[in-house]
Design a protein around this ligand. Structure first.
Ligand code: MG
Ligand code: MG
Length: 254
């Protein structure tokens, strides 16, 4: 069931979204060669505490039955697509790191992700990041009343594939509100004429994951980290978006 939000709900989601945006901006400024993913996680937890927000990924139940998620952020490096566990890994020049982060603040959730180059990266990798972010923005532009949800999905897929990249199928965006994950699922592929008709008051986390090679992914033995099947790099960008009468509003805009 898709839960429509009132203007007041959206105002509160804007606050949660801005906390996520602020903390992601801080983390982005800290990414450089020599930094560990665990140190970024520590900063995220401290910044959350300062703002009185709850880091919702921490202790998130494992859908595969393994241990709950141990970090406040998902830190996914290079061929890791999503759900990378922050820890001792040291970032090095040429890596890319996707940081995915969500909070709960005064009863409402915000969820956003970006992929950051570590120092100088290969030009083709830089293009992957650019096209992934562009596909997100293009998808968001379709988040308006009267469109079907599939218009967001197909717009993302078209832009990704036109640029020679593939779209992950197994993981998708989602509705968001009082819970981090609500209906409807928001795939990053599929036909424009499918899915529910979008309405004012819907709030969606739109999050394309694009791969340089195959779209296929596998989950590592830790029961969390999702990697590309061929080991090629993957990028991920996400925003929490409210559908208003005049179109999309990005609640997690940095
Ligand atoms: Mg996220
Ligand atoms: Mg999400």
């Amino acid at each position: 069931m898709i839960i429509l939000k009132t203007r007041d709900d959206i105002a509160r989601m804007r606050v949660a979204g801005q906390i996520v945006a602020q903390i992601l901006s801080i983390l982005e400024s800290k990414v450089k060669p020599g930094v560990t993913t665990g140190s970024l996680n520590t900063i995220a937890e401290e910044e959350c505490r300062k703002r009185g927000a709850i880091p919702v990924f921490k202790n998130y139940p494992n859908p595969r039955g393994g241990r709950p998620f141990p970090g406040a952020i998902c830190a996914s490096v290079n061929e890791e697509v999503v759900h990378g566990i922050p820890g001792k890994r040291v970032l090095k020049e040429g890596d890319i790191i996707s940081i995915d982060f969500g909070v709960l603040f005064e009863g409402f959730a915000g969820d956003s992700a970006l992929t950051i180059p570590v120092g100088d990266v290969d030009p083709e990798v830089a293009r992957l990041l650019q096209v992934t972010e562009e596909s997100l923005i293009r998808g968001i532009q379709q988040a308006r009343p009267g469109n079907r949800l599939g218009k967001i999905s197909s717009t993302i897929q078209d832009w990704a594939e036109k640029n020679g990249f593939s779209v992950v199928r197994e993981y998708v965006g989602h509705g968001i509100g009082r819970n981090m994950h609500e209906d409807p699922p928001v795939p990053n592929y599929g036909r424009a004429d499918r899915g529910p008709v979008l309405k004012e008051g819907m709030t969606l986390a739109i999050e394309p994951m694009l791969n340089m090679g195959t779209h296929k992914v596998i989950t590592k033995i830790d029961d969390w980290t999702v990697v590309t099947q061929d080991g090629k790099y993957s990028a991920h960008f996400e925003h929490t978006v409210a559908i208003t009468s005049h179109g999309p509003e990005i609640l997690t805009l940095r």
